[in-house]
Design a protein around this ligand. Structure first.
Ligand code: NAP
Length: 305
């Protein structure tokens, strides 16, 4: 495989795919590197109903599938590999991956995020045995069962709504008494009779013999501790940017996100960041796609100066 490119894009979610559509269409030789599945985290969303142009809504998988098709049509090349490190000097950016090294005139980092862990006893041991981070993947396993969802953002409530199609009972456990999710999503979730809410409540441990059987809970206000019997628990407590390998290369903000200017330039010449991975992102699919377009146009202008 060729190892020299005008543009290398790290990450195949909406930001990376959008950047790829722009650079490939502009005849820049472009390689997109993705370690998981093309489309990124949003492929787990059953319904995206706020992306302009889809009044009936569209699944994340279908939406990113269309982006992928469009980028490929313009000649985007792709590689399934994990980026291990990035080395930058004045002339070139070297991207070291599990499938070899690639040299780029411009590098666009759009590697998104991974799920945060709750960090309680039992979580790691019971992952795949009742602990899950993806209802789209695992909801059918909980038909007619009682499941808990931890978190108060859009992901948690979308997970709860999806789970309600299968499970007998869905308990959303949130550490505060106000949700972070959009009001429209809250209204939908609260109208679902199978969904019940446990507010001001934190999970202290996940327990069970071989599979999840119960949660040890604590009221955040009174400190009262009790046990809730469940058959599964879906954890949706936010996203951690995939920037560990960049700590020595690029300035990051306190949450580990990449600091960029309005053109998506990082502090390092010809290195750009787009989507959830960049500082102050509003973490929406449409914004990620917009970031990708901006990064691609700025990259083209900068390297062709
Ligand atoms: P998020 O908005 O960051 O919400 C994370 C939730 O987890 C918050 O309610 C937070 O509580 C809670 N939390 C964090 N750490 C916790 C801990 N240690 N213990 C208990 N609870 C904890 O993350 P998200 O819901 O994954 O959403 C991420 C972004 O994706 C958002 O911008 C969202 O709008 C977007 N999104 C969009 C869609 C869609 O449009 N289809 C679907 C999913 C997500 P606090 O509120 O107390 O901080």
């Amino acid at each position: 495989m060729d190892n020299k490119y005008d543009v290398v894009i790290v990450g195949g979610g909406p930001a990376g795919l959008s950047a790829g559509i722009y650079t490939a269409r502009d005849k820049l030789k472009t390689l997109l590197i993705e370690k998981g599945i093309i489309g990124g985290k949003i492929t787990e969303a059953e319904l995206v109903d706020n992306f302009p142009g889809y009044p009936q809504g569209i699944s994340g998988l279908e939406l990113t599938g269309k982006m992928h098709q469009q980028a490929t049509k313009f000649g985007l090349k792709e590689l399934n590999a994990e980026v291990i490190s990035v080395e930058v000097d004045n002339e070139r950016r070297v991207v070291k991956t599990t499938a070899g090294d690639f040299i780029a005139r411009a590098l666009i980092i759009a590697g998104g995020s991974d799920w945060f862990k709750l960090g309680v006893p039992g979580e790691k041991e019971l992952t795949g045995r009742g602990v899950s981070y993806c209802s789209t993947c695992d909801a059918p396993l909980f038909a007619d069962k009682h499941v808990a969802v931890i978190g108060g953002g859009d992901t948690a409530l979308f997970e709860a709504l999806h789970l309600a199609k299968f499970a007998a009972r869905v308990t959303v456990i949130h550490r505060r008494d106000e949700f972070r999710a959009f009001i429209a999503v809250q209204e939908k979730a609260f109208a679902e009779p199978k969904i019940e809410l446990l507010l001001n409540t934190v999970v202290e441990a996940i327990e069970g013999q071989d599979v999840v059987q119960r949660l040890r809970l604590k009221r955040a206000d009174s400190g009262k501790k009790y046990v809730l019997e469940v058959d599964g628990v879906f954890i949706a407590v936010g996203l951690k940017p995939n920037t560990d390998y960049l700590r020595e290369v690029l300035p990051l903000d306190e949450q580990g996100r990449i600091i960029v200017d309005s053109g998506m330039r990082t502090k390092v010449a010809a290195v750009f960041a787009a989507g959830d991975i960049r500082s102050n992102s509003i973490r929406q699919t449409i914004a990620a796609a917009g970031d990708g377009a901006i990064a691609a146009i700025t990259a083209k202008n900068d390297i062709e100066q």
